[in-house]
Design a protein around this ligand. Structure first.
Ligand code: SF4
Ligand code: SF4
Length: 441
């Protein structure tokens, strides 16, 4: 198969050796979970239970509000103690359920849809919607929306994303090693829904064992297992589509504009569970890693488990704390409060010791152009950063600010240590806020 080249990209140390060999362990069920009403892109869900109600693991506790939204389910059996503001991953307070656990039993499936492939394709989508599944690679876009493209956007290519290019993280890698048949069944379900002509499972070349296992599992199918070169951000949707199909998603567009749908392997696994067993999204696999944690692990964790519980489970900080990051080092978000819970998009928790973090004193831009060279979206991060710095939001928007995928490659490479992606993120937030306000008038 001929692979194509997306522009830019970088080669950071992948640091996956800390956890790639560690089988996934089940984390104990916490005494309390905190489940935000918004764990996805789109409208927050609307509560359908009230304080004092008893809920069973897997019960729907909040209903999607509108098409672009997602249901929320109880991740434990217990009593709803509060629906209140609680710290979230973005450093803000947002409404969340507090459920006190009374029983740590796992979810028991009530269905076994062995005949799912004999059902009409479109009838499978409501199972996915009902299960509250969103993109688990971090994007958290509701999956049923992605699988319902308008009629004028036919899909001929299904891409399953097993690239996991973010350094340190190994949750998807372990999932492919430990649950290849379930992933394969998920891919078959997705293929049935979309009727795509081409189906690829892309895995970065630094995971030869996962490539081998998936090749053996998919031997008698038409699924193409593709080893893609190790280059960050190879796992970003638009870059992966370019690599596999040579198609370019237009500015402001979506993969469906070029006939493609991309689903992460974790999402594909969750889709299989939802269709086959009627299992909602109540838990996920994540990597706890970095040289700051005593015992790195890959863990299966109930959603809503506070960070503090996970850190305790892994022995806590090994040395003087530097940074605590939800996600990986490139696209993750710094955390300052260990009450923050694991949500549907939490792929990892990274602890960096103080001596690895260093102090950054940004200088003025020296116009070296390195950020421009590495930007995988062909943007001018130096200009975007400066526009953001001086609140020139209209200029930033004219320079395609909203096309930035926040990969962090520009910040990584900048010799002047300018916090480019942070400034760009700030400007994107402001531009979107102003557009929303203008649309309401
Ligand atoms: S963060 Fe945005 S501007 Fe910077 S390299 Fe990535 S896509 Fe380009
Ligand atoms: S890499 Fe940094 S110093 Fe070089 S052009 Fe970009 S912003 Fe300026």
């Amino acid at each position: 198969m001929i692979l194509h080249h997306f522009p830019g990209g970088i080669h950071p140390n992948d640091e996956k050796g800390l956890t790639a060999h560690l089988p996934v362990e089940n984390a104990p069920v916490p005494e309390r979970v905190f489940l935000p009403l918004s764990q996805h892109i789109g409208a927050p869900a609307e509560p359908v239970v009230k304080i004092g109600d008893t809920v069973k693991v897997g019960d729907k506790i909040a209903e999607a509000r509108g098409f672009v939204s997602a249901n929320i389910h109880a991740s434990v059996t217990g009593v709803v103690r509060a629906i209140r503001d609680y710290p979230n991953v973005f450093g803000r307070l947002a409404p969340a359920f507090e459920i006190e656990t009374t029983d740590d039993a796992p979810f028991h499936p009530k269905k076994n849809r062995e005949d799912a492939l004999s059902l009409p394709p479109q009838t499978l989508i409501p199972f996915i919607r009902e299960a509250g599944i969103v993109g688990m690679g971090g994007a958290t876009f509701p999956t049923h929306v992605k699988l319902s493209p308008p009629e004028d956007k036919p899909i001929d290519t299904l891409i399953i994303n097993g690239v996991e290019c973010e350094p340190y993280l190994t949750a998807d890698h372990r999932l492919m090693l430990e649950h290849p048949s379930e992933i394969l069944e998920g891919i078959v379900f997705l293929h049935h829904i979309l009727g795509a002509r081409f189906t690829y499972l892309a895995i970065e070349a630094n995971k030869p064992d996962a490539i081998k296992v998936m090749e053996e599992t998919a031997r008698d199918t038409k699924i193409n297992i593709v080893s893609v070169p190790k280059r960050y951000p190879q796992g970003a949707e638009k870059q992966l589509i370019k690599t596999l199909t040579n198609r370019e998603v237009p500015t402001g567009g979506l993969p469906m504009d070029v006939g493609a749908v991309v689903q992460n392997v974790g999402t594909t696994f969750a889709i299989r569970e939802a269709i086959r067993w009627g299992k909602p999204l109540i838990e996920r696999i994540l990597t706890v890693t970095g040289r700051g944690i005593k015992t790195p692990k890959n863990l299966r964790v109930r959603l809503g488990t506070p960070l503090s519980e996970i850190l305790n489970l892994c022995g806590g900080w090994k040395t003087t704390p530097g940074k605590l990051i939800m996600g990986g080092p490139m696209m993750g978000i710094n955390q300052f409060d260990t009450r923050v819970p694991v949500t549907k998009g939490t792929s990892g928790i990274l602890l960096l010791p103080r001596d690895e973090v260093g102090e950054y004193h940004p200088h003025t831009c020296i116009r070296c152009g390195r950020c421009v060279t590495v930007c995988p979206m062909g943007l001018l991060p130096n200009f975007l950063g400066s526009f953001a710095e001086f609140d020139r939001f209209d200029d930033a928007a004219r320079y395609h600010l909203l096309d930035c995928i926040e990969c962090g490659s520009c910040t990584y490479i900048c010799p002047a240590k300018r916090p480019l992606v942070q400034m760009i993120r700030y400007a994107k937030g402001e531009v979107l806020r102003r557009r929303k306000k203008a649309a309401k008038k």
